[in-house]
Design a protein around this ligand. Sequence first.
Ligand SMILES: NC(=O)c1ccc[n+]([C@@H]2O[C@H](COP(=O)([O-])OP(=O)(O)OC[C@H]3O[C@@H](n4cnc5c(N)ncnc54)[C@H](OP(=O)(O)O)[C@@H]3O)[C@@H](O)[C@H]2O)c1
Length: 315
Amino acid sequence: MIALAEKERIVVTGGSGFLGRQVVAELQRCGVPPERIFVPRSAEFDLRDPEMARRAVEGAEMVIHLAANVGGIGKNREFPCTLFTDNVRIGTNTVEASRLAGVNKLVAVGTVCAYPRVPPRIPFVEDDLFEGYPEPTNAPYGEAKRALLVHLWAARDEYDFNGIYLLPTNLIGPGEHFGLGAHVLPDLIKKFAEARTKHLPNVVLWGDGSPTREFLDVRDAARGLVLAAERYDGQDPVNLGSSREVSIAELAETMMQMMHYTGTIRWDTEKPNGQPRRKLDVSRAKERFGFESQIPLEESLAAAIEYYERNVLRP
Ligand SMILES: NC(=O)c1ccc[n+]([C@@H]2O[C@H](COP(=O)([O-])OP(=O)(O)OC[C@H]3O[C@@H](n4cnc5c(N)ncnc54)[C@H](OP(=O)(O)O)[C@@H]3O)[C@@H](O)[C@H]2O)c1
């Protein structure tokens, strides 16, 4: 087991993002002094460039690699090639630079979008990750993240490099992005807030509401990542989830009530649904490094709404 607090330098790529800010906070809660955590920002260390990746991880004992070009279904459909090339480059440059720099351990994150569209088993089991092509609306992003795992396996086989890989489900909670390309929950929050303010009779949502998603609070995800950083060195990918499956329709109804919007929902079935179901088998994370989610869905939703109202609506 690694004592994180004793590490001289931990580099957290993407440490300024939605998940990254919580990971940095969790590291500090575990006793890592702030001056030993380095967050390379994309403006100065664009990880799509191998030389900048080399500089970003220089002198690191551990790299927690979260940086990626990410977004919701709209962004994935509009920019599939950019999401593929950016994420392949960011991933492979970071792994290679870390290996060459003699980093002791790399903690990388994949995504639930890397799973086959309809895996052979539901809940999704890690061993089925390569048993089919991902949901087409997010396949380029998902494939780039699967390539990251393949690279880690290859580096382990050829160079004995210690890289671990975690697969978080959809993350929610405080600090969401509400701009263009937002994920499903911030998109719902924005739409209901606007409809409430403008007294609109209905809100139009993509698809038919039938797909299911599993949400994990971003603070739980950060705790899981840091536990894995401390306790897990295996080559097997590990799901990070909550095992609570909810349909988009159910989520939208709940959000409507929580946001006091009294109109109706209209489903635009011309727009894509995305992957039909998402539910992860979360037993491996518990077995290998003792992670279980703790924050209930309603609490995460309330935190996301509060964050929006404080920081986006009335900054
Ligand atoms: N959010 C989710 O629901 C979810 C679910 C599963 C997995 N994940 C994974 O979790 C990780 C973090 O996601 P997130 O939601 O926190 O994303 P985010 O808020 O958009 O943060 C992404 C971070 O990546 C950095 N980045 C982007 N392009 C970069 C580049 N070319 N060079 C260097 N840094 C770059 C950004 O740094 P700057 O701010 O400096 O530009 C930013 O801090 C990603 O790997 C994602 O695939 C997220």
